[in-house]
Design a protein around this ligand. Structure first.
Ligand SMILES: Cc1cc2nc3c(=O)[nH]c(=O)nc-3n(C[C@H](O)[C@H](O)[C@H](O)COP(=O)(O)O)c2cc1C
Length: 388
C-alpha cells in the first residue's frame, strides 16, 4: 500500500502529471472519471501567488471529488516559495508538490524549475524551508539531472528524503534532453532500489500503454507511475492500465460514443469553470487529440476550432457521432459485402443496432440498396427493413 503522509493511494497508483494549460479542473474531471488515482494542478508560479495574480489564484481551485490532489509550485526564490506554499496550503490540497523539473527557458532561466538541478544545496534548502513552513506533506517532481554529466538523482533523492519530503517523482530525462529521446528509467530504478530510500518513488516518462506501465512496474519496482502526454485526449489510459494490471487483459479501445461523450463533458466542465468564451477557446486544443486516428476528421476539427458557441460545437459533435458510428459499425465489412447485403441480413443488423442509432443506421443503409427502397421505418415496434 502506497502512502503519502496520511493519504492512502492503494497499490501501484497511477498519477496524472501536472501539465501547464492541460491539467486544469475540466481535464482533471475526465481523468478522475477514468481512473486517475492521484492528480496535480498545473504548476503555479510562486511569484504570481504572492502578487495575488488572478491567473495563479485561479489555478488553486480544487474540488472535493478530485482528492487526493496536490498543488504544484515553482519559483527561484526560497522566501517566495515558502510564502507561496503557505498560501497554497490554505486551498486545502492533500499535498504540496515542488517543481524542480521544468526545462523551458522562461522558467529555468529565472532560476526556477529545472534550474535548481544546477544548485543542489539551494534545492535542498528551498525544500527544507517549505517542509518546515507547512503541515501538509511536501513532495518533489524532478529530472535525472541537468545534463549527461550531472545525473545526480540518486544523491539528490537521499538528500531530499533526509530533509523530510514525503514522495519523489522522477521524470527520466535531464533538463538538456527537454522532451527528446526516450526516457531513461535505469536511474529511476536505481533510486527506488537504493536501500536508504524509504519514501514512495514514482516513475515518469513515456508511459503510454498498459504494457509499458507493467514493464516499468516489474523492471524498476517503482511505487507507481505518473502519466502525462498519453492522457491528453485519452483519459481512458488510467482504467486501461488498471484493468491490464489486475487481469492481464486489455480493455477494448473507447468507442466513438465514448469519445464524443467524454469530449462533451470536458467542454461542459471547461465552460463551467472558465466561462463560455475562454472555456470554448481553450477547449479547442483538445479536439484533435480526442479524435486522433479518425479518417477525414479535419473538416470537423476545423469547424470545432472556429465555431463560437457551445451549441455549435455540440452540433458538430453530433455529426461526428453519426458519421463515425456508422463507419465503425461496418468497419469490418468490405464495400463489396455491404453492397451485396441481402435484406434479411439488413434486418438482422438493424435489430442488433441499439435503439437510439436505428434511424442513423437506416439513413446510412438506404443508398447501399440502389435498386430497393426502404419503405418504412418505425423505430419503436417495427424494426423490419422492407424492400420493394
Ligand atoms: C504540455 C505539458 C505541460 C507540462 N507542464 C508541467 C508542469 O506544469 N509541471 C511539471 O512538473 N511538469 C510539466 N510537464 C512535464 C510532465 O509532467 C511530464 O513530466 C512529462 O510530460 C513526461 O511524462 P510523459 O512522457 O508521461 O508525458 C509538462 C508536460 C507537457 C507535455
Amino acid at each position: 500500500m502506497v502512502k503519502i503522509g496520511n493519504v492512502n493511494l492503494g497499490d501501484f497508483p497511477l498519477l496524472l502529471a501536472p501539465m501547464e494549460d492541460v491539467s486544469d479542473p475540466p481535464f482533471r474531471f475526465v481523468c478522475k472519471q477514468n481512473g486517475a488515482d492521484m492528480m496535480y494542478t498545473e504548476f503555479i508560479s510562486s511569484e504570481g501567488l504572492i502578487r495575488d495574480a488572478a491567473k495563479s489564484r485561479m489555478k488553486l481551485d480544487i474540488f472535493e471529488y478530485e482528492r487526493p490532489i496536490g498543488i504544484q509550485l515553482f519559483g527561484g526564490e526560497i522566501d517566495h516559495m515558502r510564502e507561496a506554499a503557505i498560501i497554497a496550503e490554505q486551498a486545502q490540497p492533500d499535498l504540496i508538490d515542488i517543481n524542480y523539473g521544468c526545462p523551458v527557458k522562461a522558467v529555468a532561466c529565472k532560476g526556477a524549475g529545472a534550474a535548481l538541478l544546477q544548485d543542489i544545496p539551494k534545492m535542498v534548502s528551498m525544500t527544507e524551508e517549505i517542509v518546515k513552513a507547512v503541515k501538509l506533506p511536501v513532495t518533489v517532481k524532478t529530472r535525472l539531472g541537468w545534463d549527461d554529466k550531472t545525473k545526480n538523482i540518486v544523491d539528490v533523492a537521499e538528500r531530499l528524503q533526509d530533509i523530510g519530503i514525503s514522495a519523489l517523482t522522477i521524470h527520466g530525462r535531464t533538463r538538456k534532453q527537454m522532451y527528446k529521446g526516450p526516457a531513461e528509467w535505469d536511474l529511476i530504478g536505481a533510486v527506488k532500489n537504493n536501500p536508504r530510500i524509504k519514501i514512495p518513488i514514482f516513475g515518469n516518462g513515456d508511459v503510454d500503454s498498459p504494457e509499458k506501465a507493467l514493464e516499468m512496474k516489474n523492471r524498476f519496482g517503482v511505487d507507481g507511475v505518473m502519466i502525462g502526454r498519453a492522457s491528453i485526449g485519452y483519459p481512458w489510459i488510467f482504467n486501461e492500465i488498471k484493468h491490464f494490471l489486475a487481469t492481464g487483459e486489455k480493455l477494448a479501445a473507447p468507442t466513438i460514443e465514448q469519445r464524443v461523450e467524454n469530449c462533451r463533458i470536458h467542454l461542459r466542465k471547461s465552460i463551467e469553470w472558465k466561462g463560455p468564451k475562454l472555456g470554448i477557446f481553450e477547449m479547442r486544443r483538445h479536439y484533435a487529440n480526442y479524435f486522433k486516428g479518425l479518417d477525414h476528421f479535419k473538416d470537423y476539427r476545423m469547424r470545432m476550432v472556429t465555431l463560437p458557441t457551445e451549441e455549435d460545437v455540440l452540433a458538430v459533435l453530433a455529426e461526428v457521432l453519426e458519421r463515425y458510428l456508422v463507419a465503425n459499425f461496418f468497419q469490418k465489412q468490405s464495400a463489396f459485402e455491404i453492397s451485396c447485403l441481402e435484406p434479411a441480413l439488413g434486418v438482422k443488423l438493424l435489430n442488433k443496432t441499439p435503439f437510439f442509432y436505428k434511424p442513423i443506421f437506416v439513413k446510412w443503409l438506404l443508398p447501399k440498396f440502389p435498386g430497393r427502397k426502404i419503405r418504412k421505418f418505425e423505430a419503436k415496434n417495427d424494426t423490419r427493413l422492407r424492400s420493394c
